[in-house]
Design a protein around this ligand. Sequence first.
Ligand SMILES: [Zn+2]
Length: 121
Amino acid sequence: MEHEPDLPDPDAPERVRRARDDAARSAEELARQWEQVVEASEFTNNDDEHDPEGSTIAYEREQVRSMLGRVKRELEALDLAAERLREGTYWTCERCGGPIDPDRLAARPTARACIGCARRP
Ligand SMILES: [Zn+2]
């Protein structure tokens, strides 16, 4: 990877890359879990909420679905962050055009707005 000494935080690209790797691993793991709960729910298709096992599986299914949705959104946000890093817009608030505090980006690598804009609805 190229060394870019001009970055407000030289660790940022590596941080985004690592976070993306983690998210990608979580997505794979959740996709496996998803297959398992879908498989499990096929056996209980004829049952309804009166079957305790069926409702547990339905619950797990919803849990996995929502976690998978979250991790996919996280992946998209991290891809966008990587793109913004490449373009050099990572450090600029997309709403007011002002700088984003590097500490904020260290804590939230996918942030696209400065703290002032993020707090405004
Ligand atoms: Zn702003």
